[in-house]
Design a protein around this ligand. Structure first.
Ligand SMILES: Nc1nc2c(ncn2[C@@H]2O[C@H](COP(=O)(O)OP(=O)(O)OP(=O)(O)O)[C@@H](O)[C@H]2O)c(=O)[nH]1
Ligand SMILES: [Mg+2]
Length: 205
């Protein structure tokens, strides 16, 4: 008869399994920096920050202990193409941001979706995010277009989780919901990898 035995915890291995890498991408000035600030609980700064591309946060969940979520902003500009390709490669959750007041940023979505398709090796979540909903009166994209776009992405990745939300980094609308989506996905990843380890026989004698 087989018995379950607790895994001998290896710190490095454990750290790896408890890390979830989120990549935030989208055109310049759509609000990526402000969204990350919000997700980190830093509030809204309304400033363009330069030179800070990766941030981390430890979340203490009741059931799963500590979970490390890293938020990696894709910097804008030609000189960061290689840097961003690397982020795409390791990204597990993607946030594609567009500005609801700027149609060009919406039209760029396909570019980022294609990059995920080409480069990403292990993602499970895409969050399509329309930012600046506080400027509703200047909205340049209608609800139908946004819905259609999210459906297109879903069709392209039928086995992944694709969500669509409109938010305001300025007011904080929709940030909590977005964070819940990310944490849920990170927890699923932990569960999946634990099951894989069990399947490989690490936990069974
Ligand atoms: N009205 C409004 N303005 C916002 C919102 N989020 C960001 N902004 C403004 O949009 C501008 C750009 O925001 P950033 O967060 O720096 O944009 P970014 O996507 O990080 O831009 P890059 O770093 O150049 O790629 C700033 O002036 C912000 O104040 C929002 O929800 N509502
Ligand atoms: Mg920025």
């Amino acid at each position: 008869m087989k018995h379950k035995k607790p895994i001998i915890e290896n710190n490095i291995q454990n750290q790896y399994f408890r890390n979830f890498t989120v990549v935030i991408t989208g055109d310049t000035l759509v609000g990526k920096t402000d969204i990350v600030n919000r997700l980190l609980g830093k509030g809204y700064k309304g400033l363009i920050e330069v030179g800070e591309y990766s941030e981390k946060r430890i979340i203490d969940t009741k059931t799963d202990g500590e979970l490390l979520i890293s938020y990696n902003k894709c910097p804008s500009g030609e000189s960061y193409v290689k840097y961003n390709e690397n982020l795409y490669k390791y990204g597990e959750g993607f946030i594609i941001v567009f500005d609801i007041t700027d149609k060009n940023t919406f039209d760029s979505i396909d570019k980022y979706v294609n990059l995920i398709k080409e480069k990403s090796e292990k993602f499970s979540l895409i969050a399509l995010i329309g930012n600046k909903i506080d400027l509703m009166n200047k909205m340049k994209i209608n609800d139908d277009e946004m819905f259609q776009k999210s459906q297109e992405i879903k069709k392209l990745f039928p086995d992944k989780r694709v969500i669509f939300r409109t938010i305001s980094a300025k007011r904080g609308d929709g940030i909590e919901e977005l964070e819940i989506d990310i944490i849920e996905e990170a927890k699923k990843k932990l569960k999946r990898e634990k099951e894989e380890r069990e399947y490989q026989g690490f936990e069974v004698i």
